[in-house]
Design a protein around this ligand. Structure first.
Ligand code: BGC
Length: 369
């Protein structure tokens, strides 16, 4: 949740208190607000709800607060737009793991509503996907083939729903809701449409040898650290996330991926292993959802794209996961506790997830915030 959102929710609480006798109406208002948090496509409903609630309350103070909420919300939407807005990594060339260059898509032609009659994206599905591993869909070569898939639905064990909104399927093939990428097909991604991942952001406070929190000299705020891994596929630092397996709960993916990529390699004495595992399980019970939605990933195409749920698990006292040094395992070639600041350069949209986490924990980000 961004700072503005927190402020908005605070206003909402005050409003509930002020309009005590209109609690029911205020609750409806709050519920609609939460719905809006989950889906940015409802600003109209939000405005109408605010007007209705206000008309019924006849309460000027409430109107003032609602106005502030709405103003805050518009700002919140514009902040979210940086996370879900015009993708850039999804238009980059060459495509990862290949020498294939995408058709260049200028910024003003990303949106599907921008007219581009001669748009001709490069067709590419990686040989490793065409080979038909268990995690990949079969090819769609005709509109009839696409009827095998239940797009926008839970299809057997596969979740083909998007976190963002319903996506369209012209000619039976899913279309990237964030716009043109200059490439058709699935590239390295197995699924037509959304490919779901989960990202565990495990954090602790940076401390000195005596265990005292270290403050950044420019912002005066405490420095937060997160478990970062270097991806084997690209050599880029990232959150140790991974794909949600078919039928798997996201909470399970989060713990599994963290275990496989960052923890497997922890050097824990055997007699401490059981208790450490318990502490980790406890840490993973209380996550704070940082982000849910589209990811600007270099593997995205016009017909297949990455979405993720990023959750922050924070070890406040540094007594469970926070007490270990790390080395890498599985899909990672290196792992460490990275200091969080605006200097980080991470895979896909991961910098933005880390930024939201820093703001939420009131940690250092840059000299200004
Ligand atoms: C990674 C996740 C990432 C997702 C989207 C997955 O392959 O493991 O960390 O968020 O792709 O980029």
């Amino acid at each position: 949740m961004t700072c503005t959102t927190t402020v908005c929710l605070l206003y909402n609480c005050i409003q509930n208190a002020v309009c005590g006798r209109w609690m029911l109406l205020s609750t409806v208002h709050s519920v609609l607000y939460i719905v809006l948090q989950a889906n940015i496509h409802f600003p109209l409903i939000q405005s109408v709800a605010i007007l209705l609630v206000n008309r019924m309350c006849f309460d000027y103070i409430s109107r003032l607060f609602s106005g502030l909420i709405y103003f805050g919300h518009i700002r919140h939407l514009s902040e979210m737009a940086t996370t879900t807005g015009v993708h850039t990594k999804a238009r980059s060339s060459p495509y990862p793991g290949s020498t294939v260059n995408r058709t260049t898509v200028p910024d003003d032609k990303v949106d599907w509503s921008a007219e581009w009659k001669d748009y001709s994206p490069v067709e590419y599905t990686a040989p490793s996907v065409k080979a038909g591993p268990v995690w990949a869909d079969v090819d769609i070569t005709s509109e009839n083939d696409s009827k095998k898939f239940k797009f926008n639905l839970i299809d057997g064990k596969v979740n083909r729903k998007s976190h963002c909104s319903k996506y369209t399927t012209p000619g039976g093939i899913p279309r990237n809701p964030n716009g043109r990428t200059g490439m058709n097909g699935r590239g390295l991604l197995g699924k037509w449409g959304p490919n779901h991942a989960a990202d565990p952001i495990v954090t602790r406070w940076k401390r000195d040898k005596k265990g005292k929190q270290i403050l950044d000299p420019t912002s005066g705020k405490p420095v937060l650290q997160f478990v970062s891994i270097m991806r084997k596929d690209s050599g880029v630092w990232a959150i140790p996330g991974g794909m949600v397996d078919a039928g798997e709960r996201v909470s399970v993916t989060l713990k599994r991926e963290f275990g496989e990529e960052a923890l497997n390699s922890i050097d824990i004495p055997d007699k401490e292993r059981k208790s450490t595992e318990k502490e980790i399980a406890a840490l993973f019970k209380h996550g704070y959802e940082v982000y849910r939605g589209y990811v600007d990933d270099p593997r995205n195409t016009d017909n297949a794209w990455m979405e993720t749920i990023a959750v922050n698990f924070h070890d406040e006292k540094g007594k469970s996961v926070g007490k270990f040094n790390l080395t890498a395992g599985d899909d990672a070639q290196d792992a460490h506790w990275a200091d969080i600041s605006s200097d980080l350069s991470l895979y896909a949209s991961h910098e933005e997830f880390i930024h939201i986490t820093a703001v939420h924990r009131k940690a250092h980000w840059d000299a200004k915030s």
